[in-house]
Design a protein around this ligand. Sequence first.
Ligand code: IVH
Length: 670
Amino acid sequence: MDKAQAERRIQELRQIINHHNHLYYVLDNPEIPDAEYDKLMRELIDLESQFPELIVPDSPTQRIGGEPLAAFKRVTHREPMISLADAFSEGDLRDFHRRVTSVVGDQVEYVVELKIDGLAISLTYENGILVTAATRGDGLVGEDVTHNVKTIKSVPLRINPPSGKFPSVIEVRGEIYLPKEGFKKLNEEREDMELVPFANPRNAAAGSIRQLDPKVAAKRPLSTFIYGIGYVEGIQFETHHEVLEFYKACGFRVNPHIKLFNSFDDVIDYCMSWREKRDLLPYEIDGMVIKVNSLQFQKMLGSTAKNPRWAIAYKFPAEQKVSVIEDIIVSVGRTGILTPNAVLKPVNIAGSTVSRATLHNEDYIKEKDIRIGDSVIVQKAGDIIPEVVEVIKEKRTGSEKEFKMPHHCPECGAEVIRIPGEAAYRCTGVSCPAQIRRSIIHFASRDAMDIRGLGPAVVSLLLSAGLVKDVSDIYFLKKEDLIPLERMGEKSADNLINAIQDSKKQPLSRLVYALGIPFIGSKASFLLAQAFGSMDKLKAATYDELIKIPEIGTKMAESIVTFFKQEQTNNLLERLKNAGVNMEEQKRSEGIRLLENLTFVLTGTLEKYSRNEAKEIIESLGGRVTSSVSKKTDYVVVGKDPGSKYDKAVELGVKIIDENEFDKLIGTKQ
Ligand code: IVH
């Protein structure tokens, strides 16, 4: 076959395959058997490998998942991805309707949709081609997950809009989710491999999308429903319903249960009817979404900084079921804290099987008088860990047993003590395996040393292979040690070794946080690193010197002194030093100049710092914090749910940064 013939056949094959993809993945209505589809795909792969110059990014072969990424790029949304306000009752819904009609009059149509329990995604198409897929992130800046989203077959790589309706740019929004069946299978596989199962389909979907290696997402049966629009250029719409129809025509997957109403009583009936029917769906929903249909009305209603005024989410009440506490077992956390958990007779709640529930601590058990053998009401709301709400005392037979916290750690046998003034019990063992496991996971976590690829599953494998005994051992791992581990290929071993090596350069503030000193969070670690500049100086600091530092209280100072007094700590630091781990922070004097003459305004809730903490950091580095945005403002730091200062910053063109960018600016990240 010559090149011209190949090109014709390639184009034909792409068209046929895209057509069948659409039938199978978007319309759930396949026309040809899998074997036939595979044959077409193989022919295309074959031809493209003979003529690689003919490969285009929207060829169906490009969904398979290429090389893993080193890190996610960040994507600033062209329009913020705000979220919906919640309604929990019919009354809340009627209030919403009243607010709407007071602005636009009572002739208002609503579109009612299912609220899919997945993760929000934004897909940008330029000249019809999918160029970027991004997560919501903090609403302003998300992560670029195009490599993973391309593996989802219901996401068109190229759109074919009906004639006369071709947007030069369109940002399509929707939800990525994992169907219940796929979720069940995935968790069964994980359990077979002794990996921690995902708590719910949403976490599983998010976990699949936030992977650097697209082969992981490619293997998971992820799907999509598209329901919203962001930035658009080149076409106009009148109603939301019209937008959805346009999406269907373009080849997107739009939920079939979307309905248009002009009576609000009908809206309510429709919402309530799904409360019972939700279990019958092959995917999870956690409520309903009600949207004003007219886009002109939407514009008139506008949005607050947090939510649109033209839409609301009706959240279903948390599902409750009756179960029996078969046993109460105790798990040990990173800092040695013992947590009692109920082992339940498995029950299906909100689509997933629940067989464990947290009992928090001994006081919680006493307060609710929870006993082994009790029938209890168990609740699961969204992604919250299942809880025992109450004991059904009428069902007691007298054979129930009271629970007592163990005197010895269930993991290592060391003595257990109750922390004075707290509800918690703690294991005193210095080499308790459960604590070691969790301390390594913490050490490698994102805000600590940020070692990608060293998550809970890998840590468990390393521990059971006897390759690590404390955090310092990870710096002595070699590629050959990793290869024999389960599911560890050559590539992932290389990546992990590189990530470990890179982490040696992290600043002292991160290392201090990573050590997991009780009561010392990332903010305190930053202040300590700034104040002392090196691990040696911090180690030598006295209690009196420590409490002089703003924000370091007596409990923290005591904890630091105790921590550095231990022989174990010194051995560990010695080994980390020998491994070449950085033990210094940028000098304070340099730090002081870092933000000199810069003016900041803070808005919204930051995750890691309170307003005051952020203010103090800025001031300690020579910057100034003011309360209102003006042209003189250098940076507006935007957290979750920002207020009107955000809008003002946009209006004045002042530089807007999020918390991660702020971290970079102050030097907690490299
Ligand atoms: S509309 C400005 N419609 O629920 C309106 N959201 O806060 C943006 N969701 O983050 C959302 N199903 O991830 C909309 N049919 C639906 C939805 C939906 C699920 C999620 C979405 C959003 C959250 C609401």
